[in-house]
Write a protein that binds this ligand. Structure first.
Ligand code: ADP
Length: 319
């Protein structure tokens, strides 16, 4: 009898233990699933928001911000993201206002000259001579060049240049640019020499744009080299992947402290001299944008003031 009672008790105990384990197991699974859903939603939500905001910031919408709440890693990441977006917005605004200031400054000089001459003509103080018309013509030409250069620069900086990349023979490139400038060199009495390494492979470039860069460097070399000086163009294979074209002159040279800045927009070593010689101050900025758009590099070297300068740009070798 007592054996039967023991067996019944044991059965009841086993059944309730099984039930208890089932209930506890189900509760544990439900809790784990709920907790992981909650945690992943807490993590996935902000990450999704951050991904969307980064995409919009990359597209130039620097006013974009994310909700950065909490002191955990995600909250800190959100705050860092917002700080970065704020810094970008500030830098863009600063750059925009600097550009407007620079352009206004550059326009002021030729406009003041034009106005002075026109007022002088109206008052009868300036004679309506050939010299006066030539001066007025020069100043309007300067304004036109500045506007054209600014347009080119804004297109280049916005990466809106349409480039036609083809294999280009360096010899053709050098010859075209040299022919374009040789009358001006002859007129000033500056010698122009060219040297192209034999068996140089073709470069992958936009021929017209590459000629534009070289013409610009040759124009500068002529501008800053006095009569009886000389300019030498050299095209060589820099390494297996790059062709280097350099323009060396025996002219004004560039003091070391100015070298890192001469590719900046409107930066000039000698402002009045550059203006007097007809420079717009953005030729090198455009040259750099063009070279970089073609996958090359550009830099300047000079042993110092009065000791000449060398400008070199590279272009990738055509496969
Ligand atoms: P700019 O129209 O004034 O020549 P660039 O952008 O072409 O403007 O050149 C910027 C500045 O770099 C020039 O104002 C000049 O000071 C300096 N520079 C450029 N090329 C030469 C050179 N070959 N020799 C000496 N200085 C140069």
């Amino acid at each position: 009898m007592s054996g039967q009672v023991d067996a019944a008790l044991a059965d009841t105990f086993r059944a309730s233990l099984g039930q208890g384990l089932l209930v506890a197991g189900t509760a544990a699974i439900v809790t784990a699933v709920t907790a992981s859903l909650l945690v992943s939603r807490r993590i996935a939500g902000p990450i999704h928001e951050l991904a969307g905001a980064s995409h919009r910031v990359a597209g130039g919408h620097y006013a974009e911000r994310v909700k950065a709440s909490g002191r955990d890693e995600l909250g800190q990441l959100g705050s860092s993201f917002n700080a970065m977006a704020a810094a970008l917005l500030e830098a863009t605004e600063r750059r925009r206002s600097e550009l407007i200031g620079d352009v206004a400054h550059e326009l002021r000089t030729p406009l003041a000259t034009l106005r002075g001459y026109l007022e002088g003509l109206m008052d009868g103080v300036v004679a309506p001579s050939d010299q006066t018309w030539a001066r007025l013509h020069d100043e309007t030409g300067r304004l036109q060049r500045l506007i054209d250069d600014l347009q080119e620069l804004s297109r280049a900086e916005a990466k809106q240049l349409s480039l036609q990349l083809w294999p280009v023979a360096e010899a053709d490139l050098v010859q075209t640019a040299a022919e374009r400038l040789s009358p001006a060199y002859a007129e000033k009495g500056v010698t122009l020499g060219t040297s192209i390494e034999p068996t140089l492979p073709a470069a992958l470039a936009d021929g017209d744009r590459a000629v534009q860069v070289l013409t610009n460097l040759l124009g500068n070399a002529l501008r800053y080299t006095p009569a009886e000086g000389s300019v030498q163009v050299l095209a060589t294979l820099a390494d297996a992947h790059e062709i280097a074209v350099s323009v060396s002159d025996t002219g004004a040279g560039i003091p070391a402290e100015h070298l890192p800045r001469i590719f900046e927009r409107f930066y000039r070593v000698d402002k009045s001299r550059s203006r007097a010689l007809g420079g717009s101050g953005i030729g090198l900025t455009i040259a750099r944008a063009l070279v970089e758009a073609m996958g090359g590099r550009i830099w300047a070297e000079s042993p110092g003031a009065g000791r000449g300068a060398t400008f070199t740009f590279t272009l990738p070798v055509a496969a």
